[in-house]
Design a protein around this ligand. Structure first.
Ligand SMILES: Cc1cc2nc3c(=O)[nH]c(=O)nc-3n(C[C@H](O)[C@H](O)[C@H](O)COP(=O)(O)OP(=O)(O)OC[C@H]3O[C@@H](n4cnc5c(N)ncnc54)[C@H](O)[C@@H]3O)c2cc1C
Length: 97
């Protein structure tokens, strides 16, 4: 989990750096949003498992993270749409999509 969070953070910082330095950032931003969302998915999945039944109880912050994480893969561009954005921008998706 620590490794994946570090990788996600680095990808996010790279996208932010590109934006702040007036460079193209579409692909990196889409990759960062997609990857960070999926890393949180995996991390909260592990967190629930680590906490056992308590991880599912409503007074547990883990339960809240578990539910909230699903929004990351839907809000502000779903993961499927981000994959299409990335594919188009690296030239492997047909223009007809
Ligand atoms: C709580 C919440 C907050 C949001 N906040 C914002 C926001 O701040 N800004 C903003 O712009 N949008 C926001 N959205 C909209 C969000 O980014 C999605 O665009 C929207 O939820 C998609 O519409 P839908 O939920 O009706 O899913 P649908 O469009 O019905 O899609 C259903 C599923 O099919 C997939 N899908 C759709 N088309 C394709 C395709 N061509 N190829 C492959 N898969 C496909 C989708 O990825 C999704 O998983 C928010 C949505 C929610 C629920």
């Amino acid at each position: 989990m620590a490794l994946e969070i570090e990788l996600a953070r680095n990808l996010l910082y790279k996208a932010c750096w590109l934006l702040e330095n007036d460079r193209p950032f579409t692909v990196e931003a889409a990759m960062a949003k997609l990857y960070c969302s999926e890393v949180m998915h995996r991390c909260v999945h592990h967190a629930v498992q680590l906490h056992g039944g308590y991880g599912l109880m409503k007074d547990s912050r883990v339960e809240r993270f578990y539910r909230d994480q699903r929004l990351l893969e839907i809000g502000e561009g779903t993961s499927e749409i981000l994959r299409i954005v990335i594919a188009r921008n690296i030239g492997i998706a047909g223009r007809a999509m």
